[in-house]
Design a protein around this ligand. Structure first.
Ligand SMILES: [Fe+2]
Length: 487
C-alpha cells in the first residue's frame, strides 16, 4: 500500500496510542478510506432508504431505476477472497422520481452463498479461487455468484455472470426467484454478462464454451428467437464483445485458456505473438463469417461499433497492452492494500477494413467502463463515456470522460482524491432527443466520508460537474455494471 508519509505517521501515532489503551485495538489494521469499496456489505442487505440531495437539484423528468451489480462479500472469519471477481453478487437499486432517490440492495441468493455463509468460510471454486474439494459442483451454476451485471428482459430483472445462467430477480424487492432458463434445451447454457441490445429491444448474447461459442438471439419479450454456434478456434478469454447493425464482432484477445481447472484464471496464458483476431459474423446467417487480424491487446470492455457504407467497421474499446486482474486480481485491495497499477488502458478506436489488417488509434484517455447511448448501439454515433482519472495510493478512477469522436475532443470532470467513480450510463432525455441531449447517471464512493453517491451529469456539459448528487449515509461496495429502467 502506498501510504503517504503523513498517513504513515498518523497510523503510527494511532497504533501507539491504542497500545497504551488496549492490545486488542492495536491488533486491528487501520484501513484506508477507499477500502469501503472492497468490504463486506451487510448480510441482510440494505433496506430501502432515502438518499440525500447534496448538490444541484433533481433533474425534471428523470424518472426510473438504476440497477447495479457487483461482488459484495470478501471475507469469512479471518479468510479473504482470493480474487475480487469471486465475491457474492449484490444488486443495488436506486429508484429516482419526484426529485427523490431511494437506495436498496440485496445479495443474490445462490447455492455458493448459502453454503459459504453457513460454513463461514470460502468453499466454492471460481474465476480466481481454487475452492474446497468437498464443495459439490454438478454444473457451473453451483458456483455462480451472479455478480457482474444486470439486464431487463421481458419485464424481468436478470443478474448476470459470464460462465453460468442469469438469476431472475424481483425488480422491486430484489428477491432472487431462481435461475433463468431461456429454452428447455438451453438449460445451464452460460450467458455472457455483456449482452448487446438492438435499438428495437432484441438482445444478442454469447455462451462461452472453450473454442465453441453459442449465440443467443432474444426477442424483446424475453423469449428466445434463435440460438446458434460458431467456432473461434481457441478458448480465448472473452468478457465482452460488440456488434454493428448487420454484424456480430467477437474480439479474440491472445489470452488463451490452456487448462480448465480452478482457479480458472490461472489456466489462461498471454500469447502476444498471436495478436488480436476479430471474428465478424453476419447476423442473418451465422455461417457467413470472416476474420481480421490486429495487434495484440487485452481488454475487458468495448464501447460499441458501427459499420460504414463501404463495410468498414469501427469500434471503440478500453485496450490494455497486456492482461490485468489475472491471478490474484483485487486480492490486495480486499485486504486494504494497493501497490498501484502497472498497466493502464486507453480508449482506442479500432478500424476493421473490408480486407487487410485492423488499425488501432489510441486516445489519451486512460480508463475503462466505456458506455454509449443505448439508442445508437450498433449505429454510428459521436459519444463514448468512460471512467478515467487516478489517485496515487488508491485504486479505481476519479473522473468521468466523454469522448466526442466527431471533434476528437473529450470533456472530463475529475472529482479529485476523495472519490472512486464507477460506470456512468446514458439516459436519453426523450425518445427523440439528440445523442448529446442525454443524462449520464452513475455511482461513486466518497472515500473521505465513506458514503456512496449517485451522480447525474448533462452529457453535453460534463466539465461543469454533476447537476445532481444524491448521497447515502453509508457506502456499498464497488460494483461492475448496471442498467437503467425508465419509468
Ligand atoms: Fe464487464
Amino acid at each position: 500500500m502506498n501510504l503517504s508519509r503523513r498517513m504513515f505517521l498518523h497510523t503510527g501515532l494511532m497504533t501507539g496510542a491504542a497500545l497504551a489503551v488496549s492490545p486488542k485495538v492495536f491488533a486491528e489494521p487501520v484501513l484506508p478510506g477507499w477500502h469501503v469499496g472492497y468490504a463486506n456489505a451487510p448480510a441482510e442487505g440494505f433496506a430501502p432508504g432515502p438518499m440525500k440531495l447534496v448538490r444541484g437539484k433533481a433533474p425534471a423528468g428523470l424518472t426510473g431505476t438504476l440497477y447495479r451489480n457487483g461482488p459484495a462479500h470478501f471475507k469469512h472469519g479471518d479468510s479473504y477472497a482470493t480474487h475480487w471477481f469471486d465475491g457474492d453478487g449484490m444488486v443495488q437499486r436506486i429508484a429516482i422520481g419526484e426529485g427523490k432517490a431511494v437506495h436498496s440492495g440485496k445479495f443474490i441468493d445462490t447455492q455458493k452463498r448459502r453454503l459459504e455463509m453457513k460454513a463461514n468460510k470460502f468453499l466454492a471454486p471460481g474465476f480466481g479461487t481454487k475452492g474446497d474439494p468437498s464443495y459439490p459442483v454438478g454444473s457451473s451454476d453451483d458456483v455462480n455468484p451472479g455478480n457482474i451485471s444486470v439486464m431487463m428482459s421481458g419485464g424481468e430483472l436478470l443478474a448476470l455472470w459470464e460462465a453460468g445462467s442469469p438469476y431472475r430477480i424481483d425488480p422491486v424487492t430484489l428477491e432472487t426467484k431462481g435461475l433463468k432458463i431461456w429454452r428447455n434445451d438451453l438449460k445451464g447454457m452460460p450467458f455472457l454478462a455483456h449482452p448487446m441490445r438492438e435499438p428495437d429491444g432484441r438482445v444478442w448474447s454469447l455462451a462461452m464454451n472453450g473454442s465453441r461459442v453459442g449465440i443467443f438471439n432474444i426477442n424483446p419479450d424475453g423469449s428466445t428467437k434463435d440460438f446458434g454456434l460458431v467456432d473461434i478456434g481457441a478458448a480465448h478469454y472473452i468478457h465482452d464483445w460488440t456488434m454493428t447493425e448487420r454484424k456480430l464482432v467477437i474480439l479474440c484477445q491472445p489470452w488463451i485458456q490452456t487448462k480448465n481447472i480452478p482457479p480458472f484464471i490461472d489456466g489462461f496464458v498471454w500469447k502476444p505473438d498471436e495478436g488480436m483476431k476479430f471474428l465478424i459474423i453476419d447476423k442473418d446467417d451465422l455461417k457467413k463469417t470472416r476474420w481480421a487480424q490486429g495487434p495484440a491487446r487485452s481488454f475487458y470492455h468495448t464501447g460499441a461499433a458501427w459499420e460504414e457504407s463501404d463495410g468498414t467497421i469501427r469500434l471503440d474499446a478500453a485496450f490494455y497492452p497486456e492482461p490485468i486482474l489475472g491471478t490474484g486480481g483485487g486480492a490486495d485491495e480486499i485486504r486494504g492494500k494497493y501497490a498501484g497499477d502497472t498497466v493502464t488502458s486507453k480508449l482506442t478506436m479500432t478500424v476493421i477494413p473490408t480486407s487487410g489488417d485492423v488499425k488501432m488509434t489510441e486516445t489519451n484517455i486512460a480508463g475503462d467502463f466505456p458506455q454509449v447511448d443505448p439508442r445508437r448501439h450498433g449505429l454510428s454515433r459521436k459519444l463514448t463515456a468512460m471512467v478515467t482519472g487516478s489517485v496515487e495510493g488508491q485504486p479505481g478512477g476519479s473522473a468521468l470522460a466523454v469522448q466526442n469522436w466527431s471533434s476528437g475532443k473529450a470533456q472530463i470532470f475529475d472529482f479529485g482524491a476523495d472519490y472512486m467513480v464507477e460506470e456512468n450510463l446514458f439516459v436519453p432525455k426523450g425518445s427523440g432527443a439528440a445523442e448529446t441531449d442525454s443524462w449520464l447517471i452513475g455511482t461513486a464512493i466518497n472515500t473521505k466520508l465513506g458514503r456512496s453517491e449517485v451522480h447525474v451529469f448533462d452529457a453535453a456539459h460534463v466539465t461543469d460537474g454533476p447537476v445532481a448528487v444524491w448521497q447515502a449515509d453509508y457506502a456499498w461496495p464497488l460494483g461492475f455494471h448496471g442498467t437503467w429502467a425508465g419509468a
